[in-house]
Ligand binder design. Structure first.
Ligand SMILES: Cc1cc2nc3c(=O)[nH]c(=O)nc-3n(C[C@H](O)[C@H](O)[C@H](O)COP(=O)(O)OP(=O)(O)OC[C@H]3O[C@@H](n4cnc5c(N)ncnc54)[C@H](O)[C@@H]3O)c2cc1C
Length: 369
């Protein structure tokens, strides 16, 4: 380590991506600080649905389909490592997941989409289509309007808040230092970085930007580029009911405590992370069409949270050509990709000093006009 440096690496942002990477870096004996702004920030990590979701990802980019599937395959090992270290059960399950189709057109379109992804996938993405009768054998409570569903054995779910807690705990048990500050500036001094966090300056050899929307302001300071925009999703939570849903789905999942999470709205409302009745009604209506008996179940709370998106919906993995040692990561599938961020991306950063060629297509340079 450069003698000016307090740490090998500083990860800026302790959300889903920052904590996965920081955990992975600490696992490799790096001296790591993770600096997180805390409760004032917009934090997708605390508002998401908790799916590890493969089906449907990477329609226009087979590298993304492969990355997603690789991460899903690594999730069992990642979960075991986290659990052994932290003793926190994050509710990980990977029995496969369903995505419902409510009319024949949706069903036919889903077949075309998944066939296309499977044909282009190097990682051997596979799926099945279930018609109503076949689906009813797996999920007996579906309503008559459900035409069918797609199924991928790689899909799963976790409790995202426990995942975050576990990553933070694991990171600290591995010797990582968690600091609660807002980072306002980063300077590159030829061979090391100076990070301004509140009134202190912290120096490190490497900087990994994983600060959600703040990546946009911080990236240009270290020769990186970001182009992100928000999209709101609202999630409804019901009272706890008897277990009836053995599989997560794109729209509804049952937690191991019995409560249901209902979601999957997509709204273009800028940085407003509130809720509204109309969207909640639309979610509830679709869910009760799929499972009519849920009409009698009480909703107990709801929230809105902002997805961090790029124009092409693909992640950004980039490293700075002008400030070696600076990296940035952004993705709207931080739960799904947590395993690959912790197990692989962190080791590329430690060992190679750059990112592998397979990630070149995710450089933010693709947004250059
Ligand atoms: C409604 C919804 C549902 C979702 N469902 C899923 C899902 O089912 N599966 C899935 O894989 N993904 C899902 N996601 C996406 C997932 O939550 C995000 O991909 C993930 O949280 C992004 O991680 P991040 O670290 O980039 O951002 P965040 O998790 O938002 O974390 C950013 C962190 O940076 C910190 N920060 C910001 N600015 C600064 C600063 N200047 N200095 C220091 N710290 C700073 C914040 O405090 C925050 O903790 C969902 C998202 C939403 C909104």
């Amino acid at each position: 380590m450069n003698k000016m440096c307090d740490f090998d690496s500083i990860v800026i942002g302790g959300g889903m991506i920052g904590s996965s990477i920081a955990f992975g870096l600490a696992k490799q004996d790096e001296k790591v600080a993770m600096i997180d702004e805390g409760d004032n920030a917009l934090r997708a990590a605390r508002g998401n649905f908790g799916l590890i979701w493969v089906q449907g990802k990477g329609e226009k980019n087979s590298s993304y389909a492969d990355l997603t599937l690789q991460s899903a395959k690594k999730w069992p090992r990642f979960n075991n490592e986290l659990m052994a270290l932290t003793k926190i059960d994050i509710g990980f399950e990977q029995k496969g997941g369903f995505d419902f189709c409510l009319n024949q057109e949706e069903f036919d379109e889903r077949i075309i989409l998944l066939k296309h992804i499977a044909e282009n996938s190097n990682e051997q993405f596979s799926y099945e289509m279930f018609n109503h009768e076949e689906l009813a054998k797996k999920l007996p409570k579906i309503g008559p309007e459900v035409v069918g569903a797609s199924y991928s054995s790689w899909d799963g779910h976790v409790n995202p808040l426990l995942l975050l807690r576990s990553l933070h705990k694991g990171f600290q048990e591995l010797g990582g230092k968690l600091l609660t500050h807002s980072v306002s500036d980063i300077k590159y001094n030829d061979s090391y970085f100076s990070v301004q966090a509140k009134n202190s300056i912290i120096n490190s050899n490497k900087v990994i930007l994983a600060a959600g929307f703040s990546n946009q302001n911080l990236a240009p300071k270290i020769g990186l580029k970001m182009s992100l925009f928000p999209q709101r999703g609202q999630i409804l939570v019901t009272e706890k009911i008897k277990p009836f849903l053995d599989y997560p789905t794109g729209l509804i999942r049952q937690t191991n405590e019995g409560g249901l999470l209902l979601g999957d709205s997509h709204e273009d409302v800028g940085f407003d992370d509130g809720t509204n009745l109309q969207t909640m009604q639309q979610i509830a209506q679709r869910v009760t069409t799929i499972f009519p008996f849920l009409r009698d179940v009480k909703m107990i709370r709801a929230w809105g949270s902002l997805r961090i998106l790029t124009d092409d919906r693909l992640p950004i993995y980039d490293y700075s050509k002008t400030c070696p040692g600076a990296y940035t990561v952004s993705s709207h599938s931080g739960v799904t990709l947590a395993a690959i961020h912790a197990l692989d991306i962190a080791s590329y950063i430690v060992k190679d000093g750059k990112l592998p060629i397979s990630l070149n297509c995710f450089s933010a340079e693709r947004f250059n006009d």
